[in-house]
Design a protein around this ligand. Sequence first.
Ligand code: SAH
Ligand code: SF4
Length: 411
Amino acid sequence: MEQPSQYGNAVETASEMAGNPSREPDLGLFGKSSSELVSILGEYGEKPYRGRQLAEALYRQRLNHWDAITTLPATLRQRLAADGWTLGRPEIAESFRSIDGTERYLIQTAEDTVETVWMPEGDGTAEDASDTNADTSAEGGEKADEDDSDTGGWKRATICVSSQVGCAVNCQFCLTAKLGLQRNLTAGEIAGQVVAVLNRHKVVLNKKRVNLVFMGMGEPFLNYDNFMAAVRLLRDEVGIATQRMTVSTSGIVPAVRRFAQEPDRPRLAISLNAPNDSIRETLMPINRKWPIAELVDAVRAIPFRQREKITFEYVLLDGVTNRREDARELAALVRRSQLPCMVNLIAWNPGPGIAYSSPTQDSVLAFQQELVVAGIQTYIRRPRGRDIYAACGQLKRTTDQPPIPALVMPQ
Ligand code: SAH
Ligand code: SF4
């Protein structure tokens, strides 16, 4: 088990990096806002509309080759390229497809690779199920190997986005934690994952419903500025409303307090994962720094939109967090919080070198029942892409194939 001091250092390093994401001059254009592009092209003597055309090309038309950006004069493109400017959008380098239709991508950045997951027909999360008019079809009945090859075989999809390479938080049940923190992603690298995946599926945003969950690798709230810059890019330039985005945090209290001040922000999910501090701190060392009561207090300061609810995520570890008394204690905790909320139960997804067990389906249902009788809205997150290491907590840039059928739970 990590000592608190070691753990604290890792978090501080991550926070420092967040304030200083790039050490070299950044000549990648993808990731810059429309107004930044206007001022860059202004240096070349161009009128503001040229910068807006470039933004349109990068984010709405999602072009990634100079030749394709025909709205800009060829001479201007040549001058930009000659000065070292690149379009610089991350691209999909490798993909893995699950028998359930989920796809996991290794996305190439300038430095390394990062993981992103595509889940046609949603991800079965509470966020997903509560998405507009109670369309809860993600709770079952999906075709297992549906062809989602961009031709309209899906009506909505969720993209799970990474915010860091690896993670410093060291939750004991999470495979990403095994990587440690490698680095913070830039805003362009975070938003670029989404654009690359939208392109792969030829998504026309106003025809399909696409939700984003910032639940991939890393702790978004330890890369707060870049994460929020990516949110603004995705909202303003790419065109995805913040109501369609959910960010999950392990509970970085100062960042939750900043988040509460944001004029426009994604929805929030909190990785609670335990019914009390003593269990939580054995699973999530972060709890020693910011215990549950402090976290709940910080969440309470968020001005919620009408009908908005926060999600408490709760990973069920057999014999550790899925006992009847855990359910009762969790129900009491959630009710005491008086937050507009729902609970999202996640059966633990296994990974090599982690010595927990997944709960049985019956015990998951029994746990849910305890919460439901206590009047708490509770969903069970359907595991997606377990066979390709794409499910929650499994992102570790695994490249070994073939998939591991034993890990696939029938649903
Ligand atoms: N770092 C952020 C977001 C990424 S993790 C956070 O922790 O909230 C997304 C979710 O996956 C979290 O709720 C986390 O508790 C859960 N998770 C991590 N490892 C898991 C595993 N092996 N099985 C199931 N869920 C897991
Ligand atoms: Fe990091 Fe989230 Fe995994 Fe914890 S659960 S180690 S915060 S990615």
